[in-house]
Write a protein that binds this ligand. Structure first.
Ligand code: ZN
Length: 260
């Protein structure tokens, strides 16, 4: 993920991400598209030889998608802008949340039809939509994947959410064949702290199965500094540690260690 807790300029952030060893990023898109800095990010990534795997759509207003009114239309339009941005910059996918907060709101025909327009158009532009697992098994992902199968809609497996909210549910068994991205973080099973792998108590067994079947999928960390207070002297130190954890996880997943 290209945001990890510091709002320093994208140029230096990407330089650091590359310098510690990472090859790619997922772009967080939480601010306005009019933001000039945001529009420059793909070219900055290219300059630093960072592959942009996907962008993460904003999700704060996503619940409006399921309700009548202009706010829901605007949110659908925002998703469409994400797809356009990807098409323009050769980014293959947009990761979305189908809802915000627990329990998730009831899904409606209106919401599905708004999504249908967006995802169908995105598909024509060569951009795939991926939905991530959130706070319950019944969060609409099954319906999302069924309804939009013809547009190659896919699944983004978030390890932190799985550990925190649905440890008994086997996401990989159900949706592993639709997997298009990973969000990897750890936590203590009580808060979605987006900690580095091995700083919480998540099981990495589902990821091991993922890696067996999806060898080309990037191990994308979705971590940030929020839970660390003063543990790292600066953002570079945090990134260096993040890279070491990613390597350790990679080793673990390729079977060298047993205790996951
Ligand atoms: Zn996530």
């Amino acid at each position: 993920m290209d945001w990890f807790g510091f709002d320093n300029p994208v140029e230096s952030r990407y330089a650091m991400i590359k310098a510690v060893g990472f090859n790619g990023i997922q772009m967080c898109r939480f601010s306005d598209f009019d933001n000039e800095e945001y529009n420059l990010r793909p070219s900055v990534a290219k300059r630093h030889s960072l592959k942009v795997e996907n962008i993460h759509a904003p999700f704060r207003d996503v619940n409006t998608l399921w309700l009548p009114g202009v706010a829901g239309d605007n949110y659908a339009n925002l998703l469409y802008q994400c797809a356009e941005f990807c098409a323009k910059n050769d980014i293959p996918a947009v990761v979305i949340h189908l809802s915000d907060g627990c329990p998730p709101p009831e899904k409606t025909m209106l919401g599905w039809s708004r999504l249908d327009k967006v995802i169908r158009t995105a598909h024509k532009l060569g951009v795939r939509f991926l939905s991530e697992n959130l706070c319950s098994e019944d969060s609409g992902i099954k319906m999302f994947l069924e309804l939009f199968a013809e547009y190659d809609a896919g699944f983004c497996y978030d390890t932190g959410h799985d550990h925190l909210y649905t440890p008994e549910y086997d996401w990989i068994e159900h949706f592993g064949n639709k997997l298009g991205a990973l969000h990897i973080s750890d936590n203590d099973g009580k808060t979605d702290s987006h900690s580095l792998p091995f700083d919480g108590n998540a099981s990495w067994e589902p990821l091991r199965r993922v890696c067996r079947e999806h060898k080309n999928l990037a191990l994308s960390l979705e971590v940030n500094l929020k839970s660390y207070e003063n543990r790292f002297k600066d953002d570079f130190a945090f990134l260096e540690e993040a890279y070491q954890r990613a390597k350790r996880l990679e080793n673990l997943l390729s079977n060298q260690e047993k205790n996951i």
